[in-house]
Each structure stands twice: as C-alpha cells, then as structure tokens.
Design a protein around this ligand. Structure first.
Ligand SMILES: [Zn+2]
Length: 184
C-alpha cells in the first residue's frame, strides 16, 4: 500500500497554509509554534521505552504528548506526526479520541494487529510530518544557497538535515518522496 500523488499534493497545501498562518518562512520549523497556532498543547511525558508519542483530542482540543527521553530531532518528528493525525484523522463527531504511537520497530513487529486503515493512517501521518518539518519551498531556497552548491548529494543531505533539525534518515526519505511526487 502506498500513498497517492493526490494525497501528497493535499498535504503540501495543508502544510503551506499552516506555515503561512504561523508566519514561519524558513527552517527550522518550530513544531511547538505550529501546534500553538492550531490550538493544540504540547507536553513532555514519561512514556516508557516503546511509545514515542500520543495525541488526545477532547472537546475539539488536541493535546500532544511526546517521549521526554527521546533525542530532540526524534521528538520534533513525533510532534509533527501527531499534528498529522490532528489535521488528517480526527473524527469531529467523536467526543474523545486517542492516538498512541509506538516505535517503528515495535510497530513492525506487531504489524498484524494494525488494520489496513490504521496502517495507512500511520503512513499518512509520517508523510505529513516530513512535509511539515521539511517544506518543499524551504528546501528549494536552502539548496539555492552558494555554500551548498558544490556538495555531493550525501553531503548536501547531511547539511540540510542540520539546517532543518531532522535526522539524516528523515531528510533522505523526504527527498525520495519529493522525487517521486513533485512532478507527478
Ligand atoms: Zn501515528
């Protein structure tokens, strides 16, 4: 199962609007500020080893909890992922909803317990997180800078990961997705 190009176009538009509302014009994107603009609270939690983040939605207000022991870049991705659930997956007719995100490896191990729909939602939230933390326009702006012009692709991804406060792995995936969908 993979996401469609129309889904990518939709989230790129949603992200552009969120960035505009939050008046964020360059990297690194403050996920806390985006959450605040959306009226969602962000709090560190003791979540144990396996859970990276949670989203609770009650009476139309979202609260995101992230694992306080994880590295900073990981926390940023988790918060952006939960914002993805908030934008894409909250059923406004339900009085209360809870999303719990476990580590990827744990997730794969127990993959069988996820329905195809749940699994798709996780992929969608990850794609949203990537688009929010590494907006296409911001990437284009950075790549046009003189200091990056002579770098190999590997070095460029490493440098951009630093600028955007994301892992090298996240930046690599983002480029793969953009190559796949940018001109679809
Ligand atoms: Zn999730």
């Amino acid at each position: 199962m993979s996401l469609t190009s129309s889904f990518y176009i939709k989230i790129e538009q949603q992200v552009s609007e969120l960035l505009r509302e939050a008046k964020i014009t360059q990297a690194p994107v403050s996920v806390e500020h985006i959450a605040k603009t959306m009226g969602a609270a962000v709090v560190p939690y003791e979540l144990g080893d396996e859970v990276s983040g949670v989203l609770v939605v009650e009476e139309h207000k979202g609260t995101i909890g992230y694992n306080s022991t994880h590295p900073k870049n990981r926390q940023r991705f988790t918060i952006a992922h939960e914002l993805g659930h908030l934008v894409l997956h909250v059923n406004k007719n339900k009085p209360k909803e809870l999303f719990v995100d476990k580590d990827f490896i744990v997730k794969w191990r127990y993959n069988k317990i996820y329905s195809p729909k749940e699994f798709q939602h996780e992929q969608e939230a990850n794609a949203f997180a990537a688009a929010l933390l590494m907006p296409k326009e911001f990437l284009i702006n950075e790549m046009q800078k003189e200091k990056f012009s002579e770098l190999t692709e590997t070095r460029l991804i490493e440098e951009l990961a630093k600028v955007f406060n994301v892992s090298i792995q996240a930046m690599t995936y983002r480029f793969a997705d953009l190559n796949k969908f940018a001109y679809a």
